[in-house]
Design a protein around this ligand. Structure first.
Ligand code: HEC
Length: 128
């Protein structure tokens, strides 16, 4: 009787053990994916600090100081990050911007893009 019950229990405990292992694997997978997602979302507050060199031309909130410098405030975040990767990689060529993007890390780009995207864009287009 005792022998029989252990025979019955053993496979069940193995099943539970296996389920626990699967649950752990799923949990570990989720834990490794979530920070990656948070990372690519960028941190706007960090971006504000990291963009101080950019303020000279594009303005702190992305309202440029002169028409020859594009406004960045309110621009789509993925446009900003994609553009900065392109400047850094040299796929988009501009003597000024290739230089400024050269030293940005992926995290810098994501943070700066988050900062300018969170700012207000121009609300009107003026005729001159
Ligand atoms: C000396 C002035 C200057 C500084 C400083 C500067 N930029 Fe620029 N930026 C420009 C100019 C000029 C362009 C237009 C380039 C072109 O025509 O391709 C530009 C273009 C861009 C664009 C593309 C805008 C668009 O609409 O496609 C982004 C994004 C950008 N800059 C981000 C930055 C960031 C981030 C920094 C700081 C790391 C920075 N810039 C520093 C002058 C500057």
């Amino acid at each position: 009787m005792i022998l029989r019950s252990t025979l019955v229990r053993r496979p069940m405990s193995r099943v539970i053990n296996k389920m626990n292992k699967i649950q752990n694997a799923v949990a570990i997978t989720l834990l490794s994916v979530i920070p990656a997602m948070a990372f690519s979302a960028g941190n706007a507050a960090e971006g504000q600090n990291k963009s101080t060199t950019c303020h000279a031309c594009h303005g702190e909130t992305g309202k440029s100081i002169m028409p020859i410098y594009p406004n960045l405030g309110g621009q789509h975040q993925d446009y900003l990050s994609k553009t900065l990767y392109s400047f850094r990689d040299g796929n988009r060529k501009n003597a000024i911007m290739n230089g400024f993007a050269a030293n940005l890390s992926d995290a810098d780009i994501e943070d700066i893009a988050a900062w300018y995207a969170s700012q207000q864009g121009l609300t009107e287009i003026k005729d001159k």
